[in-house]
Design a binder for this molecule. Structure first.
Ligand code: PBG
Length: 327
């Protein structure tokens, strides 16, 4: 009987690197940005240490540093100060996301731009869709219904406005049924066949989104998102949602959040031969920010998400992690 000694493969860093099974690279990380109107704005978000709301000029400055870090892709969220009952600024040509995308295209080469497509940051009641039958946007806190199909039309308009501005991928996050198909058809009809869709397919109704909702002031004013986001007890349902999105034309499917859902990421990677993204969300970020052994801890988390099967990770840790991975 040979002596089994797994320690032989851990003897030193060279050997560990040689046999390491998961490889976290800066190019695997997608950095989210919160962009707000104005000039020279850099507003800290109190519940997310080290993360800011940036005006487009400051965002451009920040992007210039990304290339040296090896980060190739960003995800943009717009901060809207003029919310209304329809979320009209979400698809305005002069909206902050649309303008920022144009500015990035003009000034920065070699960056993949992904734009979030949703209503919650732009609509007064803070839900991700249009509310059915309500005369005033905030009426009917008890009996409100999110109008799936009316919302689809608006999401398609938002996606189209992002495509016109020059985005590479739109990322619909509203969790309306049929959103991927509707957006795909609209993009195709308007000759944006090369604009891709990164679908938030398995997006759970999660307590981990708290700090993000502070950043966007997008907390629902009544009720919760459980009628459209997924129930965290379920995993078969997540796979069904992902299969449907792939069928509807998603290029990349996402699991969100990441840490309490590594099993979903794993099952998805086994099942589908499509790129899988995972969103290491705001609450997951803030939970570990500033803890002892921060660097080791964060690299362990991100590598764990990758090991579970994610091809890309959307994470607010992207910059610091890329810096640590480089040295
Ligand atoms: C919008 C959206 C949310 C997040 C991304 N897109 C919030 C929500 O659904 O309430 C959360 C991201 C994060 O927490 O980092 N629909």
């Amino acid at each position: 009987m040979p002596h089994i000694r797994l320690r032989r493969l851990r003897k030193n860093e060279y050997i560990r690197n040689w046999v390491g099974e998961s490889d976290l690279r800066p190019k695997d990380l997608i950095l989210p940005y919160f962009v707000t109107k104005g000039k020279n704005v850099k507003e800290p978000i109190p519940s997310m240490e080290g993360i800011y709301r940036l005006s487009p000029d400051n965002l451009l400055k920040d992007l210039k540093g990304l290339n040296t870090l090896g980060i190739k892709a960003i995800l943009l969220f717009g901060i809207c100060n003029k919310k209304d009952g329809k979320g009209s600024t979400a698809f305005s040509k002069n909206g902050v996301v649309q303008k920022t995308v144009k500015a990035i295209r003009k000034n920065i080469k070699d960056i993949v731009i992904i734009t979030d497509v949703c209503l919650c940051g732009y609509i007064s009641h803070g839900h991700c869709g249009i509310i059915k039958g309500s005369r005033s946007p905030v009426s009917g806190p008890r009996n409100y219904i999110i109008d799936n199909d009316a919302t689809l039309k608006v999401l398609a308009k938002i996606a189209l406005s992002h495509a016109e501005a020059g985005t590479d991928f739109v990322a619909p996050s509203a969790m309306m049924d049929g959103q991927v198909r509707c957006i795909r058809e609209t993009l195709d009809k308007n000759d944006f066949k090369d604009v891709g869709i990164l679908a938030y397919s398995a997006k759970y109704a999660s307590g981990f989104y708290g700090p993000f909702r502070d950043a966007l002031a997008s907390r629902p004013q009544f009720g919760n998102r459980k009628s459209y986001q997924m129930d965290f007890r379920n995993s078969d349902e997540a796979l069904r949602a992902m299969a449907l999105d792939i069928e509807e034309g998603a290029d990349i499917v996402m699991v969100k959040p990441a840490l309490a859902y590594l099993d979903i990421i794993h099952r998805a990677k086994e099942r589908f031969n499509a790129p899988i993204a995972a969103y290491n969300v705001s609450g997951e970020y803030s939970l570990v920010k500033g803890l002892a052994e921060e660097k080791d801890l964060i690299l362990e988390i991100l590598t764990g998400i990758k090991r579970a099967g994610a091809d890309f990770i959307i994470t607010y840790h992207a910059k610091e992690a890329a810096r640590w991975l480089k040295v």
